[in-house]
Design a protein around this ligand. Structure first.
Ligand SMILES: Cc1cc2nc3c(=O)[nH]c(=O)nc-3n(C[C@H](O)[C@H](O)[C@H](O)COP(=O)(O)OP(=O)(O)OC[C@H]3O[C@@H](n4cnc5c(N)ncnc54)[C@H](O)[C@@H]3O)c2cc1C
Length: 535
């Protein structure tokens, strides 16, 4: 698998590129990355690099909120139990306990830094989502929690003199020397390829929804960090577990907005093109069945009715109440001439959250010395085979704080040394023919959606692996000069690993549904699968 992947995506020579030195380099400026940066003490320098603007991240789009035991009636044990139960036997109980117990402190910090969470009766308003046994989700601006949390955290990070951010700076690869991570090769429009030397590096590059044709994730979520880690020999784990959100707006020409589960909670029905309310055919809880069950039912019903989507029907509910409760979705649909109180809303599932990633320990250390990681690009053991709603922002906060503190502690033990290491990548591109990158990208997204989407089976994945290998043969060995080429190389790499992992797990567990192995097989598969580049 991926034999033709070169170690570095582009050539570089230390005599021909600018250099930059930092105590701690943070790759990614979402919630995990900024929380890591905020954990570094004022006497150490931090450089945060982000591929787009600071506002372009999955964190910024988070809707529902952050889970934490805050209500006196709730207990840590309840949140732990809920997380373990959704994780389908693969959570690391010690990690779950650690994260759940730290949640109130991490949410408290956000408030101290100026986050305005929604209030009720003089205290925090606490929401409840699927899989939670109590009200414990703090949220902001109604359903725009990520926007408000990121506003406060960005303000805080930007106010600190020791934290510098580079926006629109694409990290190409980690620099490794004698078995350690020594920083990263970063490309920016103004400074070109730059070698950033860091005493410690923290990877916080977020998710990879963009490798699927249908996704809730923004454009930046192309899984770069996973491919970067793979090329550097970092261990990846749980890569078969992609969580799908069942109801993503499906209108040609619109962005794929997530339609909150709260709509079904308020009584919205799922109907097919014939108006049949089909969920009762699949699950006793109907529309309120767990996310993975609803996603599978929708895909099956789309197939049965030969239609590209199903619909959310709110037409039987009080129009005033609907408009008041879902103003954002009403406005988005109105742009496409849909009145959600009178028309059905077309929806279908989309890739939402990547559970797998770089294996980290409880401090956020990866398998590569000098490299730490936090957030959606990691596999910490919190989620197991399925993620409990609103646990991922929390994971980013907890592991961001740990990784930042750990990296700073170790960086403090290193003396300043403003010299470049003798690292050179002299490879030259001998394949001058131009490629239609958009064509390959679209084909890849459709292929991954079909073969490693909500439902998977052996033959489909074998065929997909063959196709991707063929594309890899002529795309990975090339040298591109801009982000569209590098992203495609990363997407191919991640897609190939996901398919390998999904092929390997011959059972159904959590979000991983094999139509050819529909049962859970604890005897063989109650274990995690990891991958690492050989050599
Ligand atoms: C629509 C939506 C709603 C959600 N709602 C919730 C919710 O209510 N509660 C919850 O807990 N979770 C929710 N999630 C999931 C949650 O938002 C994410 O898991 C979490 O924000 C990930 O944070 P992160 O810091 O790891 O990554 P991100 O926030 O995605 O940040 C990644 C950062 O890495 C940078 N980056 C990526 N590649 C490169 C590169 N090559 N070079 C440089 N920088 C790079 C990006 O620019 C970005 O700054 C939601 C997700 C979506 C998409």
């Amino acid at each position: 698998m991926l034999e033709r992947t070169p170690r570095y995506l582009v050539p570089f020579h230390p005599k021909r590129v600018p250099h930059r030195f930092a105590d701690v380099l943070v790759i990614g400026g979402g919630l995990a990355g900024l929380r890591a940066a905020l954990a570094v003490p004022a006497d150490q320098s931090v450089l945060v690099v982000t591929k787009g603007g600071l506002r372009q991240s999955n964190s910024n789009y988070a809707q529902g909120g952050i889970a934490g035991v805050i209500d006196p009636e709730d207990r840590f044990e309840n949140h732990i139990e809920d997380t373990l139960s959704v994780g389908s036997g693969l959570c690391d109980p010690a990690v779950v306990e650690l994260v759940v117990r730290e949640a109130p402190e991490r949410i408290g910090e956000l408030i101290q830094w100026g986050t305005h969470f929604d209030q009720a009766a003089g205290g925090l308003a606490l929401g409840r989502e699927g899989g939670h046994s109590h009200h414990r989700i703090v949220h902001a601006l109604g359903d725009a929690t990520g926007k408000e949390v990121m506003r406060a955290v960005i303000d805080r990070a930007c106010s600190l003199p020791n934290v510098e951010t580079w926006e629109n700076a694409f990290t190409l690869d980690l620099l490794t020397h004698e078995g350690r991570c020594r920083g990263a090769l970063v490309w920016g429009r103004q400074h070109g390829r730059t070698l950033v030397w860091a005493k410690q590096t923290i990877l916080c590059t977020g998710g990879t929804g963009q490798i699927y044709r249908e996704t809730t994730n923004p454009e930046v979520a192309t899984g770069d960090g996973l491919a970067i880690a793979w090329r550097a020999g970092v261990e990846l784990r749980d890569m078969e577990f992609m969580q799908f959100h069942p109801t993503v707006l499906y209108i040609a020409g619109s962005s794929r907005s997530l339609i909150t589960e709260a709509m079904r909670g308020e009584g919205a029905r799922l109907v097919d093109r014939n108006g049949h309310q089909f969920m009762a055919d699949y699950a006793p809880r109907g529309e309120l069945a767990p996310r993975d069950v609803v996603s599978r039912a929708i895909v099956t019903q789309m197939e049965r009715t030969h239609h590209p989507n199903v619909y959310l029907d709110l037409t039987h509910l009080d129009p005033e109440a609907v408009r008041a409760r879902f103003p954002g979705i009403a406005a988005t649909c109105a742009e496409f001439a849909l009145d959600i109180t009178r028309d059905w809303i077309p929806v279908r599932p989309g890739a939402h959250y990547m559970i797998g990633g770089a294996t980290v320990d409880r401090e956020g250390r990866t398998s590569l010395p000098g490299l730490w990681a936090a957030g959606e690009c990691t596999s910490s053991g919190l989620h197991g085979a399925n993620r409990l709603a609103s646990n991922s922002l929390l994971e980013g906060l907890v592991f961001g704080a740990h990784a930042g503190a750990g990296a700073a502690r170790e960086a403090a033990e290193w003396d300043d040394d403003f010299r470049a290491l003798p690292l050179v990548n002299a490879a030259v591109d001998d394949s001058p023919e131009l490629l239609d990158l958009a064509d390959i990208r679209n084909s890849l997204k459709s292929l991954v959606w079909r073969s490693a989407g909500v439902r998977r089976q052996r033959d489909g994945m074998l065929e997909a692996a063959d196709n991707i290998d063929r594309w890899c043969n002529y795309v990975l060995a090339r040298q591109f000069t801009d982000t569209s080429g590098w992203e495609l190389q990363n997407m191919l790499t991640v897609a190939r690993i996901i398919i390998e992992a999904a092929q390997a797990r011959e059972e159904t567990r959590g979000v991983h549904y094999r139509t050819d192995f529909p049962e859970t097989d604890d005897a063989h598969w109650k274990r995690r699968v990891s991958f690492r580049r050989e050599g």
